[in-house]
Design a binder for this molecule. Sequence first.
Ligand code: MSP
Length: 520
Amino acid sequence: MTGSDKKRFYVTTPIYYVNDKPHIGHAYTTLACDVLARFKRLDGFEVMFLTGTDEHGQKVEKAATDKGVTPQAFTDSVSQNFRDLTSRMNFSNDDFIRTTEARHRAACQKLWSILLERGHITLGSYAGWYAVRDEAFYTETEIVDGKAPTGAPVEWVEEPSYFFNLSQWQEPLLEFYEANPDFVGPASRFNEVKSFVSGGLRDLSVSRASFSWGVPVPDDDAHVMYVWLDALTNYLTATGWPVDGDFGDKDRNERFWPADLHMVGKDILRFHAVYWPAFLMAAGLPLPKRVFAHGWWTNEGEKISKSLGNVIDPNLLAEEFGLDQTRYFLMREVPFGNDGDFSRRAMIHRMNGDLANDLGNLSQRVLSMIFKNCSGVMPALPATAAPEDSALLDAADAMLGKVRAHMDLQSFHEALRCIWEVVSDANKYVDTTAPWGLKKTDPVRMGEVLAVLAETIRQAAILVQPVMPGSASKILDQLGVADDQRGFDMLAGAGRIAAGVEISKPEPVFPRFVEEEGEV
Ligand code: MSP
């Protein structure tokens, strides 16, 4: 496919508050998007993958004041930490947006003007509870023991405020949900969204007048926009919207809006599945196709929090266990959408089991045998496959279809499970065919068996590229697969391992983790 008929995929992470250092929760959301973005690119899509930082609002202003620096200087430095994380975790984002950029201010102000012109924003006054930590308003009935339902401290706020007529969007939202049954995943979370909206919506305060660190409301400098209206708009800004503005990009906007997927944590689903579609409907703009809410990580069974001092730094995980091992663990260990617990024991178990023993050992054994017993030249596949060869090759060819279906539902753990099923079949095939014993008795058959195995490893390695780009590429290098032969168009029988290619002495790709005495 070329030009305008190319398949496209636009995926976004939430933009991260810059009040703090990046931690495992942030890395997790972006990793999931990175895996999807890489997957879609390999599957022939033109991809736009966006991440960035959410830099306005009271929370960030307060963090800057506490540090005794200006909000701009503070956000410049913390935003850089998030940018650094993207390179350290090997994230392949195409853009990194900061809400303090001029392009974003222009988009927010344009969206505001449209909503105002269409009569959806009016001036009033707000009196109620506000939680700075959540940057969210709460009603009296939601307050539990003097706190927000999330446990965040609340303060009483009374100030002039612009309101968005969210109450008018209850029916249109419910109709939209009905017509788009895949709009929110997982399904259980979609039900929560629907019941929240069915319970009635109140107009939403969309400006603040008691501080100034935000996007100024057009023609009313006394107000800055509510940080969530500002933040959500980033998804549009990055597509070059408004297309006729100073930063407009008509072509990009047409190619990528509406977004295919907003990936979010469960705590911020309401903003994405209720407020954001309502703003867009009110502005007459197309709605995103899907929002997926993933679960939260705990650390050795405990809620992660700064006060408990158990925040997990993704950089340290990658340093200790390896980057790809960390990426694999996060995507494999917990059914995506559920909450999950990080434990060293589980991390080491996956690293040594799935990676070192299963895939690592398979590829090291097969490549070493080819190197030693076939003079380092890739043998040919059998002209007529034996039943056990066909069974393994068929399973390898069937992987792409299964993995793709799971990826389209953001079931990363299932996608990986499908690949590891075939890795396990391949390990059994090694045991039953015992190629080492064929060297003397039937070297031709030995070559065929090794080629069937190399072909299976080739397909598995191509499919794990999105999750473990570095390690997969080492395996593919060792198999002699050319760089331009690693797309998904080379899977499912469309490509085969090339016989006659010389391979070099294989090196293990997945080391075992040996815990220091007494640590586990
Ligand atoms: N700035 C808003 C998002 C605006 S999007 C238009 C925000 N930022 S955040 O930095 O607080 O959180 C970003 C993401 O990190 C959320 O998706 C949240 O769910 C995720 N996580 C934060 N802690 C987490 C865990 N312990 N586990 C998994 N994800 C968690 O919200």
